[in-house]
Design a binder for this molecule. Structure first.
Ligand SMILES: [Zn+2]
Length: 394
């Protein structure tokens, strides 16, 4: 048997042309129209491939190559792992009428050994396939969507009522990097609604406590902990790092600060606030929908805004609103569905009633309007000239 095979391989190699990795690399650089075909199996491809290669496993070569390379005059380089399968593939391609075919001698192994560049395709590990299987079953998410989530970075401002459920579910869903900024400590009175914290962590930083719960739930997630208050001095170090912001802050000062820097860096902010039985949220996408200043050009007087530690809230309300924020965040990352950009959603927990208001951009907005000078606005923040009462509304 082996003798027949050896003779066949020898005969095949006499009928085709072979090239070495360095020659191939030069040839592909000079001949941009040339095509590189990888005829290995999927598991081999998943371990790494040559940049620019098209993957057609040897068993599918005859049926798929004409679609991938319609012009038979196109120069084609074929490779496999060691140069044997590609030799047979090159002969087949010649028989199919391809006029300029070479096989890479030594295959992918020789290419790698020559120190030439390779790419490892992004795929989910076995463990990830199992953990996120219910996402993989939804066509709108699928493996590509899960990889997007894993590659995304979301900043949570506050690990309190809204931030706690949001962080928990974003971590469970596999959002790869979560930034959590909060300089408060866990108090007993937080546990009525801030479910990411536990009794034994009372007195610890909320950001640390949230990171511990996330690590226990999904060790895949990278958590960046910021035990500081967000200010004009540190926001440019933190905010630009992230794709999206989930705003769970409880004061106007931080909201205007976040808004203005988010407009500058074009980051979507999922805004929400809660009070007793009422919640509200919207998605603020700079220059596509209104920003926070389009909706609230001026902050209300301090006396009008109760402090959350004084005002009560039904324990489940931040859970409901925080998860609606999470839903907005996930859709925005995945690029699916309709977000709340341009829509203001109000929720009345007593009546179990949702109301929606239309929102428009304000052409006179000082942050995103026609004559806005966003850089000047940021300078005002840095100088401490943006006078906003440090009142709290949630
Ligand atoms: Zn605006």
């Amino acid at each position: 048997m082996a003798q027949v095979y050896n003779d066949l391989l020898k005969k095949t190699k006499e009928q085709i042309r072979e090239t070495n990795p360095v020659q191939t690399d030069e040839f592909l650089r000079k001949n941009r129209q040339a095509r590189l075909l990888d005829v290995r199996e999927k598991n081999e491809w998943d371990d790494g491939f040559v940049p620019g290669a098209t993957h057609i496993p040897r068993g599918f070569l005859e049926s798929r190559v004409e679609e991938a390379v319609p012009d038979k005059e196109t120069p084609v380089v074929v490779y496999c792992a060691g140069g044997v399968r590609s030799a047979f593939a090159a002969k087949t391609l010649q028989e199919m009428g391809y006029t300029d075919v070479v096989s890479l001698a030594g295959g992918y192994g020789a290419w790698k050994n020559a120190g030439l560049p390779t790419i490892k395709p992004q795929t989910l590990t076995k463990e990830q396939q199992s953990r996120y299987s219910r996402h993989l079953l939804v066509p709108e998410v699928g493996e590509a969507g899960q990889l997007k989530l894993l590659a995304s970075k979301i900043l949570l401002i506050g690990a309190g009522g809204l931030g706690a459920p949001a962080a928990f579910y974003l971590a469970a869903a596999g959002v790869g990097t979560l930034g959590i900024i909060d300089n408060d400590l866990v108090e007993e009175s937080n546990l009525q609604r801030q479910i990411i914290h536990t009794v034994d962590r009372v007195g610890q930083y909320k950001a640390d406590s949230a990171a511990k719960s996330i690590a226990a739930l999904n060790p895949d997630i990278k958590v960046n902990v910021y035990k500081e208050r967000l200010t004009a001095d540190n926001i440019e170090r933190i905010l630009p790092e992230y794709d999206l912001i989930v705003d769970g802050t409880d004061n106007f000062e931080t909201r205007y600060l976040v808004n203005d820097f988010a407009v500058k860096y074009r980051k979507t902010v999922i805004h929400a606030s809660i009070l007793s039985f009422n919640g509200q949220l919207t998605t603020l996408t700079p220059y596509e929908g209104p920003c926070y200043r389009c909706i609230y050009p001026d902050p209300p007087p301090a006396a009008m805004a109760p402090n959350c530690s004084e005002a009560g809230v039904l324990g489940v309300l931040p859970g409901i609103i925080g998860l609606l924020q999470t839903n907005e965040a996930m859709k925005t990352i995945l690029g699916i569905g309709e977000t709340l950009a341009g829509r203001f959603l109000l929720f009345d927990a007593l009546e179990t009633e949702f109301t929606e208001l239309k929102l428009r951009r304000d052409p006179n907005c000082v942050a995103c309007g026609e004559h806005a000078d966003i850089d000047d606005l940021l300078e005002q923040h840095k100088r401490g000239d943006v006078l906003i009462p440090a009142c709290r509304i949630a």
